[in-house]
Design a protein around this ligand. Structure first.
Ligand code: X8Z
Ligand code: ZN
Length: 617
C-alpha cells in the first residue's frame, strides 16, 4: 500500500473538470466606483495566482506535516481500547480538510482557473491539484467530511489492531504468509487460509459506511462517485480506466491461461489430489489472495531465502540503499534511519502496528520514513526495494523546481513502478552474482527462472486489473448491494483468476476486506497493474538501450546512466504530463507490449507442459 499519499490528503492533477458549481464563483475584482474616468488596470492574474499559491502552499505543507505525524502514530502504535491516537489523527485530518476544502479556497481556485489562459502551466497544474484535493473534503458538507475522517481512522485501527489466530494462538500476517508459502498439507492450508480471512466480517459495517461517505464527499464537487474521482487523477474517466485495465488483462490472458493450467496440475500433484480441479482452490496458493504464486517454484542455484535469512533484515534494507546509491542516488537521510519503523515488533509487545509496507513523505520535504515488518526472505527483499523506490521518488522531486503541491508521481502508477522495477532488477542472476549472493558459476535454469517471474508479475495482473479494480468499480460506482459483496468478489476471482474458495463463502464473510487497500487505499488498486506495465516498459528500455543487455539477465548495479534515466523521470514529480513522460523516455505510449514480450519465451515451454491437459479458462 502506498501511504506516500495519505488517504485523506490524496492529491494529483485534475484534468477532467469537476462540473458542478454548487459553490457560487466569486465576483471578479470590483472596479473602484468613485473614479470612472480611468479604467482600472486589468488584474495581473499570474501575480495573483503566485501570491495565492505561495500562501496556500505554506499552509498546506504545514497541515500536511501535522496530519502525517498523527497518522504515523496511529499506524505504528495501535493499543487496544486506547483511542487517543485515533482522536488526534481525526483532529489533524479535520484541520487539513477544513483548509483544503474551504469554501473560500474553492472559490478562489475556481476564479483563478477561469483565467487559465493567462497563467503559467505550472500555476494551472498546482491550482488544479488543489481543487482536486478540495473535492475530497468540501466544507460545504463539513459534517459528511468529518464523519468520513472519523470512519477512516476507526477502520485503520480495526484493520491493523486485529488479532489473527491460528490453532488458538495469536499470529502475525508475516506468520500466516510464511505458513502459506511452506505448508504442504492441504487441510492445514485451508485452516491457515481461513484464519487469514477471519478479519473480513469485522470490517463490513465500517466499509459500507465508508463507501457512502466517500461517494457523498466527492459528489459535492460534481464527481459521480469515488471511483471516478480517483480515476480522474490520471485525467481519465472511470470508463476509460476500466477499458484500459481490461485491455491489459486481455493482453496477458494467453499467458495467464497457460500458468493457470500449469498450476492446477502441478499443485494437484504436490498435494496428492487425483482429480485435478477446474478452478484453483484459493487455499492451494502461496499467497492470501492468489496475487503472487512465485513461491511455487524453487530455482536451483537462485534460491535467495537461505542467504537472506542468514544476512538478516537490516542487511536487506542497507543493501537496497546501496543499490540505489550505486546508480547515483544519495544516501538515505539520517531521519529515515532514526524515525522509520522497519522491523516486526518484538514478541510480547503491548501494541500493534500496521503490518502492510508503506513509505511516507512526512513533510513534503526531507522527512521520509518507511513502515515495514522486514524479515529475511525474498518477498521482503523485493518489498524493501519497492518502498525505497517511493522514498527516492520523494527525495528526487523535492527540489526548488517542484512546488509542494506537485510533489507526487507523474501519476500514481509511476510511484509504484520505480521500486518494483528495482525489485525485479535486484533478483536477476547477473546482479545477484555480482553481489556475491549466488555462486556465479552455478548453472541455473533460465526457463524455471522466467516461470518464477511470471508467477509473480503476470499472475498479479488478473488480480489487480481484474478482481480488485472490477470489485471496487462495482462497489463505488454501481453501489453493489450489501448482500452481494462476497458473491461478487468470488465471481470475479473465478472469472479473472480462475480461483474458487475452498468452501462456500456466503455473505457472512467479507473476503475483499481482508485486502488492506480495500479499506485504506480505496478505488486505486489499478495503480499496481499499471505500474507493472510501466515497469516492464522502463526495464525494456534500460536493458536494450542503456545497458545493451538481455532484459532477462541484467545488472543495473553501478550504472549512473540508469540512475540518470530514472531520476529524470522522478525529478519533475507531477509537474509534467505522465503520457508525455513515457513517450519522451521510452518512445512508447502506455502498453503491455514489453511485458508480453518479456514472457514470450515461456509460452512454448508452458504449452509443452500443458499438452493433453484440460484448459478451463
Ligand atoms: O501494497 C503494495 C506495496 C506498498 S505500496 C507493498 N503492493 C501491492 C500489494 O501488496 O498488494 C506492492 C505490489 C502490490
Ligand atoms: Zn508502493
Amino acid at each position: 500500500m502506498k501511504k506516500h499519499i495519505l488517504p485523506t490528503l490524496t492529491a494529483a492533477v485534475l484534468t477532467a473538470c469537476a462540473p458542478s458549481t454548487r459553490i457560487p464563483t466569486a465576483a471578479t475584482t470590483p472596479s473602484p466606483a468613485a473614479e470612472p474616468a480611468t479604467p482600472p488596470a486589468a488584474p495581473n492574474w499570474q501575480e495573483q495566482a503566485e501570491a495565492f499559491l505561495k500562501e496556500y502552499s505554506a499552509e498546506y505543507q504545514r497541515l500536511y506535516t501535522q496530519s502525517s505525524e498523527a497518522e504515523w502514530r496511529s499506524n505504528t502504535r495501535i493499543v487496544a481500547g486506547d483511542t487517543s491516537n485515533a482522536g488526534a489523527t481525526a483532529r489533524a485530518n479535520e484541520r487539513m480538510a477544513a483548509f483544503t476544502g474551504s469554501t473560500r479556497n474553492i472559490q478562489r481556485l475556481r476564479e483563478l482557473l477561469e483565467h487559465k489562459q493567462d497563467l503559467t502551466e505550472l500555476q494551472v497544474k498546482q491550482l488544479q491539484t488543489a481543487l482536486y484535493n478540495a473535492a475530497n473534503s468540501p466544507q460545504t458538507i463539513a459534517d459528511v467530511v468529518k464523519r468520513r475522517i472519523k470512519a477512516e481512522t476507526a477502520q485503520t485501527e480495526k484493520l491493523y489492531g486485529y488479532d489473527y489466530k491460528y490453532q488458538g494462538k495469536s499470529v502475525t500476517t508475516n506468520d500466516l504468509d510464511e505458513l502459506l508459502r511452506k505448508e504442504n498439507n492441504p487441510l492445514k492450508r485451508q485452516q491457515i487460509w481461513e484464519a487469514s480471512k477471519a478479519i473480513g466480517p469485522t470490517l463490513k459495517d465500517g466499509l459500507l459506511n465508508l463507501r457512502d461517505l466517500r461517494n457523498q464527499t466527492v459528489q459535492a464537487l460534481g464527481y459521480p462517485d469515488y471511483f471516478s474521482y480517483q480515476a480522474s487523477d490520471y485525467g481519465m474517466s472511470r470508463e476509460e480506466m476500466m477499458t484500459l485495465v481490461r485491455k491489459i488483462n486481455e493482453e496477458l490472458r494467453p499467458l495467464y491461461r497457460e500458468l493457470h493450467t500449469y498450476a492446477r496440475y502441478e499443485l494437484a500433484k504436490k498435494y496428492g489430489v487425483k482429480q485435478v480441479p477446474d478452478y484453483l482452490p484459493a487455499s492451494w496458493l502461496p499467497n492470501r489472495w492468489g496475487q503472487d504464486w512465485s513461491a511455487m517454484v524453487d530455482v536451483k542455484g537462485l534460491n535467495l531465502d537461505p542467504v537472506l535469512a542468514k544476512k538478516g533484515p537490516e542487511w536487506q534494507v542497507q543493501q537496497a540503499e546501496r543499490f540505489y546509491q550505486s546508480l547515483g542516488f544519495r544516501a538515505l537521510p539520517a531521519v529515515f534511519w532514526e524515525k522509520s519503523s522497519l522491523y516486526p515488533l518484538p514478541k510480547g509487545a503491548t501494541y500493534k502496528k500496521n503490518n502492510h509496507a508503506s513509505a511516507w513523505h512526512m513533510d513534503l520535504n526531507q522527512d521520509v520514513r518507511s513502515l515495514m515488518s522486514v524479515e529475511g526472505n525474498t518477498e521482503w527483499y523485493e518489498t524493501t526495494h519497492h518502498e525505497l523506490g517511493h522514498i527516492y521518488y520523494y527525495l528526487t522531486y523535492t527540489n526548488p523546481e517542484v512546488p509542494p503541491l506537485l510533489r507526487q508521481g507523474a501519476n500514481r502508477g509511476y510511484h509504484e513502478a520505480m521500486g518494483s522495477l528495482m525489485g525485479l532488477a535486484a533478483t536477476q542472476k547477473p546482479f545477484l552474482a555480482g553481489l556475491g549472493l549466488i555462486d556465479p558459476k552455478a548453472k541455473t535454469d533460465e526457463t524455471q527462472t522466467l516461470l518464477k517471474e511470471a508467477l509473480n508479475y503476470a499472475v498479479f495482473i488478473p488480480f489487480a486489473s481484474g478482481v480488485m479494480s472490477e470489485w471496487e468499480n462495482s462497489f463505488y460506482a454501481d453501489k453493489l448491494p450489501a448482500d452481494q459483496l462476497n458473491a461478487r468478489w468470488w465471481q470475479l476471482a473465478k472469472q479473472y483468476q480462475g480461483i474458487v474458495p475452498p468452501t462456500t463463502r456466503g455473505e457472512n464473510y467479507l473476503d475483499p476486506a481482508t485486502k488492506t487497500h480495500i479499506n485504506d487505499d480505496p478505488a486505486q488498486y489499478y495503480d499496481y497493474a499499471l505500474s507493472y506495465v510501466i515497469l516492464f516498459q522502463l526495464h525494456d528500455h534500460i536493458a536494450k538501450k542503456i545497458l545493451k543487455q538481455d532484459p532477462h539477465a541484467t545488472n543495473y548495479y553501478g550504472s549512473k546512466e540508469v540512475g540518470q534515466f530514472l531520476a529524470d523521470i522522478m525529478r519533475p514529480g507531477s509537474s509534467k504530463d505522465w503520457r508525455a513522460v513515457l513517450k519522451e523516455k521510452t518512445g512508447e505510449d502506455l502498453s503491455a507490449r514489453a511485458m508480453v514480450e518479456y514472457f514470450q519465451p515461456l509460452m512454448a515451454y508452458l504449452k509443452q507442459q500443458n499438452k493433453g491437459r484440460k484448459y478451463t479458462m
